[in-house]
Design a protein around this ligand. Structure first.
Ligand SMILES: Nc1ncnc2c1ncn2[C@@H]1O[C@H](COP(=O)(O)OP(=O)(O)O)[C@@H](O)[C@H]1O
Ligand SMILES: CC(=O)N[C@@H](CCC(=O)OP(=O)(O)O)C(=O)O
Length: 263
């Protein structure tokens, strides 16, 4: 029988919100008010795409993953682990959150392997295998009152940095920390829509609860597409792995159980 003592809330914030300064500031203020142990994972894909374009580098995404050649890796490491991570950490510490910014290379936090898909070379895009998250260091930080803020850069343990989908990182962290009997883990994917929608144009079409079968139907019908596919693939991965609940929700609902609940 699992001995539960504390709730641990893991939030992921996506690039749509991060790229909008007002929405990001509001999210970080609201997030700061969420009580208890928590971890923030952030993306930033939208801003990275804009940055690459400004630099004359053509951004390429396939199935929600960025083709990360050596030049792109340089840009995204600077963008995610640098300006984005440090801006978020500084804002959170304005609200006395004791935030500490981390990439997957820091403290050996997250190990990745080169993404391997037939016929597509994703370059330095990294996928996570089982047990790739260093739960020990995250447990230690959270138990000591720190708020880890984790970006989408990982490493292979052999000196090579990788670019990893931020939703994948949030799910892997949730899975790993759910192994600690001390925590009852909740995972919240916060982004720029109310949740998973039947029709993106219709605010009232929010899906309140979704199981895997329903997801497959909506995907086959083209109702779920783009970045929502890796988000849900990752989210469903954790459903049966000891994580108490998973929500897909608007950033303005951070801290509330509002949005699409996966069942
Ligand atoms: N059925 C759907 N419901 C909600 N969003 C969807 C759906 N299908 C596709 N999307 C798209 O997926 C996007 C979210 O994925 P992504 O951009 O990767 O999120 P994030 O902002 O977390 O990085 C939404 O902004 C929306 O455009
Ligand atoms: C390999 C890969 O695709 N990495 C992602 C990492 C950032 C991310 O996931 O950002 P969002 O959560 O804002 O989409 C990328 O470069 O877009």
């Amino acid at each position: 029988m699992k001995k539960i003592t504390n709730s641990l809330k893991i939030f992921k914030i996506g690039g749509g919100i991060i790229d909008d300064q007002d929405q990001l500031n509001q999210f970080l203020e609201d997030f700061s008010k969420v009580e208890g142990a928590k971890i923030l994972v952030h993306g930033g894909g939208k801003g990275a795409t804009n940055q690459l374009k400004r630099m004359g580098i053509e951004p390429k995404m396939i199935d929600g993953r960025r083709i990360t050649d050596a030049e792109t890796l340089q840009v995204v490491v600077g963008f995610y682990a640098g300006i984005t991570n440090k801006t978020i950490v500084a804002q959170l510490n304005k609200y006395n959150q004791n935030a500490i910014g981390l990439s997957g290379a820091d403290a050996n936090l997250i190990n990745a392997v080169k993404r391997s898909v037939k016929d597509i070379d994703y370059g330095f895009a990294g996928d996570l295998k089982e047990n790739s998250v260093n739960g020990k260091i995250l447990n230690l930080l959270v138990e000591n009152g720190n708020l880890p803020v984790v970006c989408a850069i990982t490493h292979d343990g052999n000196g090579q940095l990788f670019n990893t989908n931020a939703d994948t990182i949030a799910s892997a962290i949730a899975k790993e920390l759910a192994k600690n009997e001390e925590w009852e883990v909740e995972l919240h994917f916060c982004f720029d829509k109310k949740g998973v929608m039947k029709n993106l144009e219709d605010e009232s079409s929010l899906i309140l609860e979704m199981d895997f079968e329903f997801y497959q139907e909506l995907k086959a019908d083209g109702i779920i597409s783009d970045g929502m596919i890796p988000k849900l693939d990752n989210a469903f991965e954790v459903i049966n792995s000891g994580v108490k609940s998973v929500y897909i929700q608007h950033a303005s609902n951070v801290g509330n159980e509002i949005g699409t609940k996966l069942i």
